[in-house]
Design a binder for this molecule. Structure first.
Ligand SMILES: C[S@@+](CC[C@H](N)C(=O)[O-])C[C@H]1O[C@@H](n2cnc3c(N)ncnc32)[C@H](O)[C@@H]1O
Length: 359
């Protein structure tokens, strides 16, 4: 396996190698193995389609295109820079790969616009990519000084500075506590509001300094960098990550043809809870208890492919530190979603699809 990888690396142009090295895909082989049975061609579906909702550096997509030679991938990302770099890396696959600039809760519109009646696989590898963390000017990293931006799509939406300069203390406390699981949320929020009365928030290092000052020295010695939780919370708020995911998982399930498979990798307990809830809804009978025969319309429309959430093993952890918090869940569509189980949010998208780049 490693020899094969070395050989592939040697064949890549230097700039492609750079993209590949910048983000190691988490649980790559497990994701491919879970998706593969649905992405194998058949008489009725000669060209199976995977929607990679979180294209990023294209690591998972590249694995699928290499290992499943008849599959086609539609790669969605809200970050234009990720789309450009992944597009260069995946150019060798020609029209087997279609990049799309969109937010992933728009998956229904994206699939419809490509004229696909349903897709055979959907993959979601949530959160930020190493590229986004590494790019100093994007403001995701507490260790690098930069403007407080944190938008995955820098062409639209509010920045982290906007949040810090305009949200009231209660809202800031809630965000830090819920999304960052920060014990000192109230104290940090109070200090954020007090500090902005002197001058507006602009730079990441100013925020990192303030968080450090709010956390008692004894607590600072454990649990990693104290800014990690505050930066994570702000990033989730700036990008509306949880609201989008609430709409996106049911929309992804709706995009699947019967037999299609969904694989989701979460890195935050609130993300995993949303994914678990949507899958459990589909794997549970909706028949009222006590009926002698379960009506066809109330049978589960999904089958779970993982027992609970899978985590990374020691080998993966040693190779890829990003996998430390991963929770992987997967399910297969058994039948169309009965009308009474459709969520209203499925039909709604956060925003309209922008610049779609079809090749
Ligand atoms: C963890 S990375 C994916 C890495 C990818 N699997 C790989 O192997 O290179 C997550 C990517 O999803 C994108 N993303 C996050 N939330 C998104 C959303 N709501 N809609 C579209 N893209 C999103 C981010 O911009 C980022 O590039």
């Amino acid at each position: 396996m490693d020899d094969e990888r070395d050989e592939r690396d040697a064949q890549r142009a230097p700039e492609e190698r750079d993209t590949a090295d910048r983000h190691l895909p988490v649980l790559l082989q497990r994701c491919i193995d879970l998706l593969a049975p649905a992405l194998t061609p058949s008489e009725t579906v000669p060209v199976p389609v995977l929607v990679d909702c979180t294209l990023g550096m294209g690591g998972h997509t590249e694995g699928v295109l290499e290992q499943l030679p008849t599959a086609r991938v539609v790669g969605i990302d809200r970050d234009p820079q990720a789309l450009r770099l992944a597009g260069e890396r995946l150019a060798r696959f020609g029209d087997r790969f279609t990049p799309v600039h969109a937010v992933y809760d728009e998956i229904g519109d994206v699939v419809a616009r490509l004229g696909l009646p349903g897709v055979q696989g959907v993959l979601m590898d949530l959160g930020v990519s190493s590229l986004q963390l590494d790019e100093a000017d994007r403001g995701f990293a507490y260790a690098q000084d930069a403007p407080l931006d944190m938008r995955m799509d820098q062409t639209t939406g509010i920045t982290a500075a906007d949040v810090l300069n305009t949200y009231d203390e209660r809202e800031l406390t809630r965000i830090l506590r819920e999304y960052g699981e920060e014990r000192f949320a109230g104290k940090i929020a109070r200090s954020i509001v007090r500090r902005r009365q002197e001058r507006p928030w602009e730079r990441t290092h100013e925020l990192a300094d303030l968080v450090r000052a709010c956390i008692p020295a004894a607590t600072r010695k454990t649990g990693g960098n104290p800014s990690k939780r505050t930066f994570q919370a702000l990033r989730i708020e700036v990008n509306g990550e949880l609201e989008v995911l609430e709409r996106a998982v049911p929309a992804a399930i709706e995009a699947l043809a019967v037999g299609g498979r969904l694989v989701v990798e979460s890195y935050h307990s609130l993300e995993d809870r949303i994914v678990k809830r949507a899958i459990t809804r589909g794997t549970t009978s909706s028949a009222p208890p006590g009926l002698p025969v379960e009506p066809e319309t109330h049978k589960p429309y999904l089958a779970a492919l993982t027992r609970g959430a899978e985590e990374a093993d020691a080998e993966e952890l040693a190779r890829n530190p990003r996998s430390a918090s991963v929770r992987l869940r997967a399910a297969q569509r058994l039948r169309p979603t009965p009308d009474h189980m459709r969520t209203t949010s499925t039909a709604r998208s956060a925003s309209t699809t922008r610049k779609e780049d079809r090749r």
